[in-house]
Design a protein around this ligand. Sequence first.
Ligand SMILES: Cc1ncc(COP(=O)(O)O)c(C=O)c1O
Length: 360
Amino acid sequence: MARPSHIVVDLAALIHNYQWACQLAPNAQTMAVVKANAYGHGAVACATALQPYAPAFGVACIEEALALRKAGINKPILLLEGTFTADEVAIAAEHGFWVMVEDPIQVDAILNASVTKPLKVWIKIDTGMHRLGLNPQRVEGFYQQLFASSNVSEEMVFATHLASADETSNNFTLDQVQLFTETSKRFKHPVSIANSAAIMAWPEAHGDWNRPGFMLYGNSPLDADHPSSKGLQPVMQVRSAIISLRQIETGQTVGYGQQWCAQRPSIIATVAIGYGDGYPRSAVSGTPVVVNGQRAGIVGRVSMDMITIDVTGLDGINVGDPVCLWGKGLDINEVARHAGTIGYELMTRVTQRLSISYTE
Ligand SMILES: Cc1ncc(COP(=O)(O)O)c(C=O)c1O
């Protein structure tokens, strides 16, 4: 008998969410962001499922792009952070990767590279995130240099990235959109602004190209309920099972550091998943799980390979019963809040110890 902990990824839900992103912004082209192993869901499987629908993919680095090419993904792939070293420019050109340019060092690397064919460049403008992107005051000069270079294709895109689009009442997004529009309009190239949150909540940010990641995996990045969340279906389900059940008395404690103390006679179920699988160690007592369709809360500290949950008063609980840690029926964002983090982190931190199976 194998350890009962694994991930199930619903590819039909992934495709559905992608189509929902397209529907929310019908005038834009929608690339699928599959960086960080498709946010933990398996980049090759997810890109393969989306390839008939998505005109392009977004990844963080050239290694991720090369792995997709090797697996048969032949659509354009955008390197969202551009190139990290000068030698990557020629590799990107050779494989037809699109390259974000977001720092003067990357501009120099492109201008000085020896490439076999011209690169398609996305020029990122820093409109307030202050992490990557060219200064709006200086972008004209960089643009002219790139446009004049035979290393660069004439088909450029202008892009920016939003700092607070998930905050539905924070008008900083509108300030960024305005600065971006003022800066980019004179160049007369297609534009790209929106991540998931902006596709869902900020139609002003819908451009010629949108770049959703998180929403494709079926959860909302927004800080408030929003009608656009209703079209999302969770893609990842993390599952395990109860491997032991015990009764404890009032006053007895559970787990490392004796952090949780029973206030009544309690039934404790031990579940075979822990921080070694990516379940967050920071999850506090009370973090929800679903056992046999019934909600329960974890108690005591998360161990490397196990958690303990309080199943006192639940119906018909037995060793071997399935436990859902997040997925359909248990919003990853709710689990994340109990662990002081966000759904993005939980998804991307699942470890390879959990095998992934795919349903279509
Ligand atoms: C430049 C860029 N575009 C798009 C995305 C996708 O963002 P999200 O997953 O919030 O949709 C990211 C993710 O961090 C990004 O860095």
